[in-house]
Design a protein around this ligand. Sequence first.
Ligand SMILES: [Zn+2]
Length: 622
Amino acid sequence: MKILDKVNSSLPKEVISRVELEGSEIIVYTKSKDFFRSHEATIKEIVNNIKKRIEVRPESNLTIDQETSKAKIKEIVPEGAKIKDIYFEPERSLVIIAAEKPGLVIGRGGETFRHIRSETLWVPRIERVPSIKSEIIEGIRKVLHKEVKFRKKFLNEIGNSIFTERKTNRDWIRVIALGGFREVGRSCMLVETPKSKVLIDCGVKLGGTNSGMYPILQTKEFDPNEIDAVIVSHAHLDHCGMVPYLYEYGYKGPLYCTTPTVDLFALLCLDYIDVMQRNGVNPLYTAKSVKEAVKRSIPLEYGEVSDVAPDVRLTLQNAGHIMGSALIHLHIGEGMHNIVWASDMKYARTTLFEPAFTDFQRLETLIIESTYGGAENIMPHRQEAEGQLMEIIGRTMARGGTVVIPTFAVERSQDVMAILVQNDFQYPVFIDGMIWDATGIFTAYPEYMSHIIQKKIFNNQDPFTNKIFKRIASQSEREKSWEEKPVVILSTSGMLVGGPVMEHLKALAEDEKNTLIFIGYQAEGTMGKRIQKGWKEIPTRLENGKTITIKLNMEVQTVEGLSGHSDRNQLLSFINRLSSRPNRVLVCHGDAQKTVDLARSIYKLFKIETSAPKNLEAIRLR
Ligand SMILES: [Zn+2]
């Protein structure tokens, strides 16, 4: 292969034993201890020249034995790092160090890291141990470790497929809308380039009817065997809920997203299987295909440039929407075309995240969401919204009531938790449903959050480990949360379509001292939307199948402005602030009228060709 030959020929022959690919990364194995210890300058020059990432690893016969290495690592790393585990992957000459304070394992300017490397002759990989125990993270890390042989081979094949010359009869670039256009839910888009096919997002439509629940994959253009890469923007089910189905359906390729997205994706898809089963629906896929997806995941950090197909280079950037959410930038051909997928995204600072990234050097086609893109969708300022939330909660606490906040596990829950801590809230806050597990994942990745939150976490003021938060893990604990007053309860599901929140309503709805607060989007047809419209009697199905009616006497409030989506002004100012002005915008992810409305406004304001395609439309970009 050209690229490997190039690297090989630029290195001194006597030190190199082999050069391999792991995805788009080039791995150089050396038989020289000295070269392994001091290769940085040589490699830097080659990297500058070929613009690809290179990692140097020692042949396994050079590495110091595992017990001695462990002892050395413990000696070198300061105790404050709180190392929890050290384990090895001899197949790749890697030592994984799991610590509570990874910064101390790396050291100032990477000093400690280099020291470990040169003393043990292993390549260190450092993982953060989340401050809230997370079974899903432990499970995923275990799978990846157990499957190291599979992964090495898989990554090698992917690398070969990316860098092998490929001939096709296409000379165009086009995108095909497969779901989530002129609607919210089942987001999915196929990108066809002269040499590759890439799928962006593959979600479900929650609360959708049978025919409209899933992306339209039964088209001629979509053949899972021809897809080079699946890229997922973030771990909401309407963007990733069908990814395991692709693996069930014959796709065997990589899944690109950020590391937190892999964890949250697995958590949510496993729960989705569970929910389907409980509702008597035959799940479309099993836990096995979630695992298949995890085994083939290739996590990328924000800003990391990676070849993902023969003529496609991918970069993920912060989307400001949820933990690990990304704007997807595709560079096609050598400067031929650039696409940015901005669904979903928030272009404003929130308690947890920085605003979405805008500094794209080149961008021709922008695809943007429009959840709140309608002319009427101007949200109150965030500070105002937070003030309103705290005022309603404070009022309920004062009269000895309970506040119930229905929310998605990974939507505004952690946001509300941070707001409560910021306001020095002192009453107990019960956390029910999957929110606790999702929060555990948050504590593993502070570097994906805003600078302010990061600073707090590094100064031992992690908002999520605050003592006001109490986990509900069983029915009896749930019942206890009803006796204690005043308290706040955060519970799934966010739109009152099942989940433990229904239990809380059953117990608390009749008492007018209590308050129900909506903080997120309520879709048409959901119980949440009906209550917002003024319904006072809520039919609910019991475990035994009987339906009862809950009388809703509690106060009902909606706080707007805490959304993880941009409102209309934020969407427009995102486009305005882009470093490179696109010459085409496609609007997606919104109710039909909103997508059209936003498209029209973008055209008027920026004079950019803008449209709101329908599902199954193909748009030729070049
Ligand atoms: Zn989302």
